[in-house]
Design a protein around this ligand. Structure first.
Ligand code: SF4
Ligand code: SF4
Length: 443
């Protein structure tokens, strides 16, 4: 019987390492019949999850076992692309009772948890819902690894894929609080004169113009791209430009809707109708209200639309407007649209996505370097999670050791707020606490 508890997970500061940053102890305070490890890793050029699984298979599966026990789940499933047969072969003999592998197609967005839960369990999470609504808890590979260590090692390290226009695409093991530029330098540096950093992934990530921005517990990857790359140009379009071109060029072909993964699940979202809101004030219409359930996967904008329009940004704008006007979809009884009829033949194959995004020119590899990257200084952000920012637990001038709490969850009404503590990732001295960050320098 595992001795790791929900409180151990909370104290270790574990949050979703796949980008969301939801505090993991909250997820595992609930009961579910299935715990699902999301190893789909569908963002192009990222390799960290499969590399972590290959190098730390026993610990990841131990984390899955802990999760199953805490959730009271009888099934534990690793969802991984079937093309990673070597990793599947490595995992199979290690699976404990109740565990299994779910091989996935090499398509995008296989790692969206709504899609993953449907593909693996054939259950449809309702619009605005969470996997728990259908009896599942979904967790990232690295999060499972962190759970397996929760009773002895807080989260002070991160695995980060560095890809694109770098000399040596790689998966690094780095201290939390190192800069993106240090990660790129460790990958041999940029091979172009005008590097742009896309953080998190080319589909769902963001452009980060501050190359000294900090890696935190949620950072999964940094992709280096030149100024004239289609992904960078699309990200730099301003809203006026997007709206003007969308208004004049959308022919309502509805390809964006026909390939929208959430539409295919039966959710009330039809991006081609959202495009009409550029021309008409339709924001109160049910189909526009449904854009609140867009997961911002970007498939419609970067893959489906033959005119290279940006329905995803229109959905994002509509979402903000709906929130400001306090309008919401009224949630009629949810009837899934029999996804089995369409899901199989409307997936976006990874090979075609790489081609469409102009990513074939980059090496699609990311071997793991297990040696921890060294740095003289880190910045530990006090917000690395969904919830309330941490309060500093140290002061400038204090000596700290790796693993020490430097930011704690505030307490309200006698209970810690939603969030996760943050810890020093190197030994050193607190040089400053500013910009919501505890800065630590090696002595
Ligand atoms: S796919 Fe493009 S052109 Fe077609 S309806 Fe959608 S936004 Fe308009
Ligand atoms: S970004 Fe586009 S394809 Fe993805 S969920 Fe939103 S509307 Fe659908």
């Amino acid at each position: 019987m595992s001795k790791i508890t929900v409180e151990d997970i909370a104290q270790a500061g574990i949050v979703g390492a796949g980008g969301a940053g939801f505090p993991t102890h909250v997820k595992f305070s609930a009961k579910a019949d299935t715990v699902l490890i999301n190893a789909a890793e569908c963002e192009p050029l990222l390799h960290k999850d499969k590399e972590v699984l290959r190098a730390h298979a026993d610990e990841v599966l131990a984390g899955l076992a802990v999760g199953m026990e805490l959730a009271g789940a009888e099934r534990g499933i690793v969802g991984i692309k079937e093309k990673y047969q070597d990793v599947i072969d490595l995992l199979r003999p290690r699976l404990a009772r109740g565990m299994e592998i779910a091989p996935l197609a090499d398509a995008y967005p296989a790692g969206d948890e709504f899609i993953l839960v449907y593909e693996v369990l054939h259950r449809v999470i309702p619009p605005g819902g969470i996997p728990l609504d259908v009896g599942a808890v979904v967790t990232n590979v690295e999060t499972a690894l962190n759970i397996s260590r929760a009773d002895r090692q807080p989260v002070t390290e991160k695995f980060v894929s560095v890809a694109g226009a770098v000399a040596q695409p790689v998966t690094l093991r780095v201290p939390v609080g190192i800069t993106l530029a240090e990660c790129v330098a460790a990958a041999g540096g940029p091979t172009i004169a005008d590097p742009n950093y896309v953080v998190g992934g080319v589909m769902m990530g963001y452009l980060e113009d501050n190359h000294d921005a900090l890696v935190d517990k949620r950072t999964g990857g940094v992709i280096v791209l030149p100024d004239d790359h289609v992904v960078v140009r699309r990200r730099r379009q301003d809203w006026q430009q997007i709206a003007r071109i969308g208004r004049s060029a959308c022919d309502q072909c509805s390809f964006c809707t026909e390939l929208c993964p959430r539409y295919l699940l039966g959710h009330p979202i039809e991006p081609h109708r959202a495009m009409r809101s550029l021309e008409f004030n339709l924001v109160g219409e049910a189909n526009v209200l449904g854009t609140a359930y867009c997961c911002e996967c970007n498939l419609c904008s970067l893959y489906s639309c033959p005119e290279d329009l940006d329905p995803k940004s229109v959905c994002v704008q509509n979402k903000a407007r709906l929130a400001a006007e306090k309008k919401r979809w009224e949630n009629p009884p949810f009837v899934p649209r029999r996804p089995e009829l369409h899901m199989a033949n409307r997936k976006a194959p990874m090979a075609r996505l790489l081609q469409k995004l102009g990513l074939r020119q980059f090496r699609n590899v990311g071997p793991l370097v297990e040696e921890l990257l060294d740095t003289p200084k880190v910045g530990i952000a006090l917000t690395q999670h969904i919830g309330v920012p941490c309060e500093p637990a140290v002061a400038a001038g204090d000596s700290v050791v790796k693993g020490q709490v430097v930011g704690r969850r505030p307490v309200a009404n006698g209970r810690p707020a939603l969030g996760a503590p943050v810890h020093a990732s190197i030994d050193g001295v607190v040089s400053a606490i500013e910009d919501n960050t505890v800065w630590i320098r090696k002595e």
